[in-house]
Ligand binder design. Structure first.
Ligand SMILES: Cc1cc2nc3c(=O)[nH]c(=O)nc-3n(C[C@H](O)[C@H](O)[C@H](O)COP(=O)(O)OP(=O)(O)OC[C@H]3O[C@@H](n4cnc5c(N)ncnc54)[C@H](O)[C@@H]3O)c2cc1C
Length: 310
């Protein structure tokens, strides 16, 4: 099936729009004008997670803040140019090198393309771009980092930088994966536990083996009962957009200000949790230190949002 037929099958009756989409697909964006060379590629799991290292070879500086991503553009077979962002795994460095953690999605054009690259191959990219995750110095909040899958990537960079700076507020990382076979980066996480002043991490498996002693279930199931307080915390949610939106919706309903919730959705961008899912998720939280607008409303009060009383 050709590219036009594929678009047609997805969007019947969209003739001119399909021509526009095809035009865009075949137009190389000049914004992706930076060049990096692959210096290594290593499978970390048998379930499709690879670690890739690059060196920038365009002579321009690579100035990174933890949490930022690079946009990669590549000509992928008859699909034309594909562009997607990838968060940087490695902490900022002066030598123009960086690493990515890539989940190879079956039939995913760009991730499969990246996994096919070898040492010496070059990629076009733009960035780094996006928000920094580093909290401001004058804040007193603790950090609650919740990742699913390769959403762990920017947290590795963030915690490394905070450890180097002697950040002494508690940092708690909860990492949701499906299978024990998905687990990787353990040595580095353990190193960070030793390097940072107060960093701990827990892994939650949604399909754990019988002898698994870590957390069980999706992070939306396993984490809420562990959070003793919701106030004075920055929440960072990275990975599956469904998890992020459920978690941020519940946190907001329970009184956490949206200013305290940092979200980065890798996929499931259009997902919207339904009210029953949010109600069930809220009921799993044990913390009740904040004024909850939704509990207030359910008790017959005015609806208030973002922790603000009317
Ligand atoms: C800000 C941002 C940062 C990102 N950082 C990373 C990163 O560090 N590492 C990384 O691997 N990806 C990351 N992604 C996702 C990445 O940009 C691509 O979407 C992904 O590699 C799939 O692209 P594709 O062309 O292979 O497949 P597509 O055709 O784009 O997607 C195929 C299918 O796979 C789903 N999918 C995409 N990512 C995943 C996943 N991780 N697990 C399960 N299903 C998925 C999509 O929803 C879609 O249904 C990030 C996305 C965003 C928006």
């Amino acid at each position: 099936m050709g590219l036009r037929d594929r678009y047609q099958a997805r969007s019947p009756g969209m003739g001119p729009a399909i021509d526009d989409a095809l035009e865009r697909t075949w137009t190389k964006s000049s914004r992706y004008d930076r060049v990096a060379r692959v210096t290594g590629t290593r499978p970390l799991t048998e379930t499709g997670t690879i670690r890739m290292s690059f060196e920038v070879v365009d002579g321009q500086p690579f100035t990174l803040k933890p949490g930022q991503f690079v946009g990669i553009q590549a000509l992928v077979g008859d699909l034309g140019y594909r562009k997607s962002p990838y968060c940087v795994l490695s902490p900022p460095s002066d030598d123009g090198t960086f690493e990515l953690l890539v989940r190879v999605v079956p039939d995913g054009p760009l991730s499969c393309y990246l996994s096919s690259l070898s040492e010496g191959d070059e990629i076009n990219f733009r960035g780094p771009t996006g928000r920094s995750m580093v909290p401001k110095d004058d804040e007193t909040t603790q950090l609650c980092l919740i990742a699913t899958g390769v959403g762990i990537s920017p947290f590795m960079s963030l915690v490394k930088v905070l450890a180097q700076r002697g950040f002494d507020r508690p940092i708690r990382l909860y990492w949701g994966l499906r299978l024990a076979d998905d687990i990787c980066l353990i040595d580095e996480l353990d190193d960070l536990v030793n390097e940072a002043v107060d960093f701990q991490y827990q892994i939650s498996l949604s399909r754990p083996p019988e002898d698994w002693t870590g957390l069980r279930g999706r992070v939306t199931e396993s984490v809420p009962p562990l959070l003793e307080k919701l106030g004075d915390r920055h929440f960072y949610l990275v990975g599956n957009g469904a998890m992020n939106k459920e978690m941020s919706g519940a946190l907001s309903d329970l009184g956490v200000s949206l200013h305290e919730i940092y979200e980065e959705h890798y996929f499931n961008l259009k997902y919207q949790p339904d009210p029953d899912t949010l109600r069930e998720l809220r009921s799993r939280f044990v913390a009740n230190d904040l004024f909850s607008p939704v509990a207030h409303q359910e008790a017959g009060g005015w609806l208030v949002r973002d922790g603000q009383r009317p």
